[in-house]
Design a protein around this ligand. Sequence first.
Ligand code: ZN
Ligand code: FE
Length: 255
Amino acid sequence: MPIEIRQFPCLSDNYGYLIRDVSTGAVAAIDTPDAERINQELAAAGWRLTHILNTHWHPDHAGGNLALKEKWGCRIFGPEGEAAKIPGLDTPVGDGDVVMLGKSRGQVIETPGHTLGHIIYHFADDKAAFVGDTIFALGCGRLFEGTPTQMWSSLSRIAAMAPDTKLYCAHEYTQANARFAVTADPHNEALLKRAKEIDAARARGEATVPTNVALELATNPFLRAKDAGVQAAMGLVGADPVAVFAEVRKRKDNF
Ligand code: ZN
Ligand code: FE
């Protein structure tokens, strides 16, 4: 069954998402960066909130939980590994669990790295994944809690999804990510072209999210640790992909 997706900016650089199961009218907020802004969107759409699906505990993702639950009586799903830190959590979920939004199926995938309990929601029938702060267009989440090994494995699970899967990232970080990416993969023509397109899109005030799996595989240096060009730029030709990924992450942190 199809889902409808409404995307809107929240706070300084977050995206809020509301998704609606067309057959039943069930509506989920993916994370709750700003309860007031989410309520405005619900009113504009004429939708009633039934679910909250949290990706991780950070306040720009779960900060609106209690206000929205109070208003709507919605059910809150979130990472079992962070259950104590998710306000109002009703149903902790982990790897392999399925969250039903009406008749639409969201598969839970654990993606530790940015935080240890981080999860993402994959609506495979809709070719859509809500990836929180695990992957960004041309970037990935900072490793606040997890290790490079964990994050590489998490990103690899996203990379293995169908190439036309849309990735709904939680932040508009693309332009800054592109400035770094061209230094990590300097001879990648697809990346250089995309960086120009991103500058043009941002100059027009357009969102660069969602992205998709194929585009990230071709241009995101954090997914390209096995690529000879990225390895050369990192000074790690032939090295283990985790070591290359860790070096890309480290350089981005200091960029
Ligand atoms: Zn976060
Ligand atoms: Fe965030």
